[in-house]
Write a protein that binds this ligand. Structure first.
Ligand SMILES: Nc1ncnc2c1ncn2[C@@H]1O[C@H](COP(=O)(O)OP(=O)(O)O)[C@@H](O)[C@H]1O
Ligand SMILES: [Mg+2]
Length: 309
């Protein structure tokens, strides 16, 4: 077990130039497999977890800007801030959030009451302080939260979960429960090895088999591709997973400036390279197949999330 990790990590440090185009096919296959419109009671719901091994690689910026990009093309998007750490979604957007999920669990507020209207049509559930406690809900509380989410299901198309960095319990629960895990990685050794470690744990202990990679702060599209190839090659060699390429976001001063202004780059500097990359990723995400009807899925999601493991 440890030896394959060591081998995997060693291989990550080797050059990743070759193998450049072989990974496109999986993504292309997925992209063309649009699900048929079915007659289910409710519309399908996509649940995307945005994760990373290492912190500070851009998860919150990805969650917010991809969320707004999806909202701009007609999806109803709810962003759940599941990172209890620093730089939360509400801080990034300059929103003052008085209530969060813990107030829903305590029965003090309804889910609707804690949802904030963010910029660009984005709806937001602010971070709760007691995420640990959420894995220890009793049956009644659990049923309550499932109902609270189920009530919303018909009003949503996409739920994005901005997770904390690393492999804490809450992070893996969110990733296990989501349909798609977007792993954000930058070209630094710690980011790459920690991303690999996250993929490995999610696969080995939680049976997650498909991941989408987003390369952030890259110098060029080729740089992003190269990062993807490096991780995909090692992950697919040592683990039973498929890693598809979602795309790259360039290192962009416009994004930094937008963070300072507490306005998402996609709204503050819509013609910047970073903003455009989020727009194009939203198109890709929109093409991913989505099967489950919202009500059935939200039940599964919340059960997985709040019942611990
Ligand atoms: N594409 C980018 N170009 C330039 N700077 C970036 C980019 N993405 C992220 N950053 C910088 O990294 C910081 C951390 O991003 P953030 O989204 O908060 O990361 P995380 O949520 O993973 O901790 C941002 O405040 C910004 O300064
Ligand atoms: Mg963050």
């Amino acid at each position: 077990m440890l030896s394959d990790q060591a081998a995997g990590l060693r291989a990550l440090h080797t050059s990743a130039q070759q193998n450049a185009s072989s990974k496109t096919s999986a993504l292309e296959q997925n992209s063309s497999a649009m699900p048929p419109i079915t007659r289910e009671r409710s519309r399908p719901l996509r649940v995307l977890a945005v994760a990373s091994g290492k912190g500070g690689v851009g998860k919150t910026n990805v969650s917010v800007n991809l969320g707004i990009a999806l909202s701009k093309i007609g999806h109803r998007v709810l962003l759940m801030d599941a990172d209890m750490g620093l730089a939360n979604v509400d801080i990034m957007l300059g929103i003052h959030a008085e209530y969060n999920l813990s107030h829903v669990l305590e029965g003090k507020k309804s889910l609707r009451e804690v949802i904030q209207q963010g910029p660009g049509g984005l709806q937001i559930i602010p971070a709760a302080s007691g995420v640990k406690r959420m894995a220890q809900l009793n049956a009644l509380e659990n049923a309550g939260i499932i109902n609270a989410f189920a009530e919303l299901a018909d009003e949503l198309d996409v739920l994005i979960v901005d997770t904390a960095a690393g492999i804490a319990d809450s992070v893996v629960s969110f990733c296990r429960a989501a349909q798609e895990v977007i792993v954000v990685v930058t070209d630094e050794p710690a980011s790459i090895t920690d991303a690999y470690a996250l993929i490995k744990v999610l696969n080995r202990d939680y049976k997650v088999t498909r991941f989408r990679l987003l390369a952030n702060m890259v110098n060029s599209p080729a740089h992003g591709r190269q990062l993807y190839d490096k991780l995909a090659r090692v992950s697919e060699q040592f683990l039973e997973v498929s890693l598809d390429y979602l795309g790259a976001v360039p290192y962009d001063m416009a994004l930094k400036e937008s963070v300072q202004r507490q306005i998402p780059v996609i709204l503050h500097r819509p013609s910047s390279m970073a903003a455009r990359s989020f727009e194009s990723m939203a198109q890709t995400v929109q093409r991913w197949p989505v099967k489950t009807d919202a009500t059935g899925y939200i039940q599964f999601f919340v059960e997985n999330l709040f019942q611990g493991h």
